[in-house]
Design a protein around this ligand. Sequence first.
Ligand SMILES: Cc1cc2nc3c(=O)[nH]c(=O)nc-3n(C[C@H](O)[C@H](O)[C@H](O)COP(=O)(O)O)c2cc1C
Length: 188
Amino acid sequence: MAALSRLAMTVERAIANGMAEATKGEYRTGHDPRTLRDALGCFATGVTVVTCLNDKGDPAGLTVNSFTSVSLDPPLLLVCLHKKAASAGALVAASHFAVNVLQTGQQPASIRFSTRDEDRFGTTPWECGEAGPPILRDSMGVFECERHAVHDGGDHHILIGKVVKASFDAGLDPLLFFRGSYRRLHFD
Ligand SMILES: Cc1cc2nc3c(=O)[nH]c(=O)nc-3n(C[C@H](O)[C@H](O)[C@H](O)COP(=O)(O)O)c2cc1C
């Protein structure tokens, strides 16, 4: 009987140790850029592709997860664009832009729109929306915007848009981004 209870205690301890090991996180602090990036990566986001037509009428766009709703009345949203991004100039100059919210099947588009030297619009089905900017086919949601304001945000432009049309497909699942990797929703 004593041997049995000793065995039970050993098993219990092993399970507790295993659980502690599995949940043991890495808690870091620091003032360095790597720690800042990794800490920011703890904030799970959706993934969007922000698009416009440039001054020649050609489509331009890039993958963006710095998308945030700002105001309902008036309807405002924002995206942050790295000042060195090749598409940033076209986007801050355009009268209209679109935020395409991606669904799980659009991970290839997200990769394409965040990779240099890709024929982004040649290999992604799109058409112009009512307000003019390119809409990626099969997006989960689309916000067509007119430029409302551009603010300085350090090494990024903060582009604020006034939504002129919003549409979405409630039957699709969002593409997510967390800790530097693409993710999907899962419910246990
Ligand atoms: C998931 C994800 C999110 C991104 N979010 C942003 C963002 O919010 N702002 C930004 O300027 N770049 C962001 N990027 C990086 C740009 O998509 C990437 O640098 C792209 O190549 C820029 O294209 P361009 O230089 O042709 O404009 C993100 C990339 C990925 C993969």
